[in-house]
Design a protein around this ligand. Structure first.
Ligand code: C2O
Ligand code: CU
Ligand code: CU
Length: 469
């Protein structure tokens, strides 16, 4: 609730053992302690007041990913903060409880700056959430733990590497909460994890493996907060920027054993050209990296004794009063994702980098719209993100088999599609329909963007600006 100063700067951190790593980060002084990329916690309805000071040698911003904000406080590339300059972000957090995040977002530099470290978490709480947390007896920080997962491309001097105008930037090292080779000592009981993928381009398929087999767990929330009810799953897809709120029980795992959070392999569907699934031209920039879709171990849970005083609370059948999508007849706005002959990604044949930053269309404030996003068959999966508004998913059609198999309700929707989202993974060939409610308390013309959250695609201009008036 109180004013916070974040200085974007470089610092040295012992991330990978051996030489320290130069990490760009948001530096804060909180109660006389210096914290890099602090986790911010705020109650719904409370004001957020953050002043960014740019101590880097290039423009940067703080974008509040997932929050309902006005243009001036969105921290998008429309309002870069020049080196040596400041900008104050003041907003009231009206979003549902959930895990959101903040990160740098200057045009054509977002991939580089996030890879270098400019990202942190923002936890929003509300009454409904606090009631559930009490009921499940999962105190935050103890049994309710955020897991911020990203891959970095690191050289043998422990430097994070990034090149100019790269293609999908995947890494050879994994950080969970900024820790390489992460593990957590846990009790043999119920835990809640808030998974977030803050990688530039890598899509994870997280599962909790015990003796090599997936331990079933419950999905209870997505980007925009709790689902109506828990869904039992074996694994998920987690694209860059997406969050998954999950309950995992270690009660059946023996003391002294471990559970490995693993990204399972999957068909990456990078069928945009003929070079095959391993993308050899891509891998040359990423020595030691597992190709997209390859299996990777993310972290380990070491199981300790059960606590005799601890009997996990039963899962409530209903988690919250889930907001229903607007059902009136609404216009359908179409978006087509495609690659041109030069290998540049477009949305409706538009590329922001080539064609400009002006708003491409205007939405009337207070209306609801259905947006239909179609991905070409010769394409790859694109995590499409919309600023300023959480949305409902209405349908997925022509999905690849891996996705079709996850459907649990009509419309081809899997459990992750049943929550509020700000980022949706659209697979090659798919058509996805989402419902957006453009009610907002702001006045005047507010510009937002829709873009791919594969950061190299975003920086390449796979982004459209729209205005709400
Ligand atoms: Cu998380 Cu436009 O970004
Ligand atoms: Cu965003
Ligand atoms: Cu993309």
């Amino acid at each position: 609730g109180s004013a916070l100063r974040l200085v974007a700067k470089e610092g040295a951190f012992p991330l990978f053992g051996g030489p320290e790593t130069a990490l760009w980060h948001y530096n804060a002084r909180i109660d006389e302690t210096i914290v890099a990329n602090p986790l911010l916690a705020i109650g719904r309805g409370e004001p957020l007041d953050v002043t960014l000071e740019n101590a880097l040698a290039e423009p940067t911003t703080i974008h509040w990913h997932g929050l309902a904000v006005d243009e001036a406080n969105d921290g998008s590339g429309l309002h870069p903060v020049a080196p040596g300059k400041k900008r104050r972000y003041t907003l009231r957090v009206e979003n549902r409880a959930g895990l959101y995040w903040y990160h740098a977002h200057p045009h054509q530099l977002t991939g580089k700056q996030i890879q270098r470290g400019l990202a942190g978490l923002l936890l929003v709480d509300d009454e409904e959430e606090l009631t559930l947390r009490k009921r499940l007896r999962l105190p935050w920080g103890e049994r309710d733990i955020p897991l911020m997962i990203s891959d970095k491309q690191v050289n043998d001097r422990n430097e994070i590497v990034y090149k100019d105008n790269p293609d999908d930037w995947i890494g050879n090292r994994v950080l969970v909460n900024w820790t390489a080779g992460a593990y957590l000592d846990v009790k043999s009981t119920l835990y809640r994890f808030r998974l977030i993928n803050t990688s530039n381009a890598r899509v994870f398929r997280p599962a909790f493996l015990h003796r090599g087999r997936p331990l079933a767990f419950h999905l209870i929330g997505t980007d925009g907060g709790l689902l109506e009810k828990p869904w039992r799953v074996d694994d998920l897809f987690l694209a860059p920027a997406q969050r998954a709120d999950v309950l995992v029980s270690f009660a059946e795992v023996g003391e002294g054993e471990s559970v490995i959070l693993t990204s399972l392999d999957y068909v990456a569907m990078e069928n945009e050209d003929d070079s095959g699934p391993l993308q050899p031209h891509l891998m040359a920039d990423h020595p030691g990296a597992v190709p997209m879709g390859g299996r990777m171990e993310l972290m380990e849970f070491r199981i300790g004794a059960a606590d005799p005083k601890d009997s996990p609370a039963p899962l409530p059948p209903k988690l919250c009063n889930f907001p229903k999508p607007a059902v009136e007849v609404t216009p359908v706005r179409k978006f087509r994702l495609s690659l041109d002959a030069e290998g540049v990604w477009h949305i409706n044949d538009w590329n922001m980098h080539a064609s400009g930053h002006d708003a491409q269309f205007v939405v009337r404030r207070g209306t609801c719209e259905i947006w239909e996003i179609h991905n070409a068959m010769a394409s790859m999966p694109h995590p499409i993100h919309i600023h300023g508004f959480q949305f409902h998913v209405l349908s997925r059609t022509i999905s690849p088999p891996d996705i079709r198999a996850r459907a649990v309700v009509p419309g081809g929707l899997g459990p992750q599609d049943l929550g509020l989202l700000d980022t949706i993974l659209v697979w090659p060939g798919e058509t996805v329909r989402i419902a957006l409610d453009f009610s907002q308390p702001f006045k005047g013309r507010q510009r937002y963007m829709l873009h791919c959250h594969n950061l190299e695609h975003e920086d390449m201009g796979m982004m459209v600006t729209f205005a709400v008036t």
